[in-house]
Design a binder for this molecule. Sequence first.
Ligand code: WQD
Length: 360
Amino acid sequence: MTTVLITGGAGFIGSHTCAELLSHGYDVIVADDFSNSTPQVFGRIQELTGRRVGAVYGVDICDRRALTAVFERHQVDAVVHFAARKAVGESTRMPVEYYDTNVGGTTNLLRTMQEHGVHRLVYSSSCSIYGDAGGGPLDEATPARPTNPYAASKWACEQILADVCRRCPEFMVVALRYFNPVGAHPSGLLGEDARGVPANLMPYLAQVAVGRLARIDVFGDDYATADGTAVRDYIHVMDTARAHRIALDRIADAPGMRVYNLGVGRGRSVLEVIEAFGAACGRPIPYRIVSRRPGDVPELVADATAAARAWGWHPTRDLADMCQDAWRFQRLNPDGYARRQPVKANANAKANDSRIGAVT
Ligand code: WQD
């Protein structure tokens, strides 16, 4: 049995990857600071898979002592590293925090892995490193030209991982450059439950559809695209989670670092997504056009054939599936994972659990 530590495992892609790994025989432990997630997701994962996450630790990825304690308690065989700040627009307003968490957290993790002889890592990277690379599908050889601190932090981490692999031949790293993961588990048990007002398009649409938000602002309709709104390559979170499991299955194929785009190879504009979500929820989504968002680029579409050639991995769900699954989760969980009625305090809860921030 292989034990995988998932940093950020309570988050949107992290929780779906947890469920995917548990369903395919991996043991899973999680370290998450719950800054943009909730431990309540783990009850859903158990309900879905019939298996428990082995241990969950409330850990800041930058806290070297807490992270070390996790590696000392468990024989970790591989790590999937999601924990990061991830909003493009926000990163332009708080660059230091983004570099601190995304780059500092990654180097902290790498040092801790090295000290404990753990050399297998799947890294959550991003298509945003390509910057304004123009239209048309982008393959992994596209030069990195990040245009915001979030993207620059992801590109910096990829370069650090490449240097570590050059220095330590025992390291095996797969970096997955996500385009736009959206949607939810088709059961409606797992989905995107961001803290506060969502920064991303799909969860924002879901909250408009369920009545939590009034309408969506479309950030610009003056781009050189078919309808003037920006184009992205949306990929179902279930296809994204499956790619992470396959990356782990195949991580020992070769030493060193490999990089794969995760997308469907087709761009959709903001207005197309708004229309698709309206079809999924059965009523039009109100919107208004406003000015562009700082850091945005006109178009980002993947050439994801490298992952198909290497692993035989193909995305299997289309935009309608993504909207229907996202809407089902939001409709069944209008307030996200939070329960409507207040939860009774757990009388058995120890006042100060002596474990390192253990939450379950
Ligand atoms: C999509 C489009 C917006 C909100 C995301 C993640 C980032 C990375 C790449 C993984 C853009 C427009 C959005 C709104 C809008 N993923 N929009 N009104 O910016 O492509 O980045 O994917 O690493 O982590 O943030 O995604 O969903 O924010 O925006 O018009 O209220 O929708 O301008 O064109 P983005 P997004």
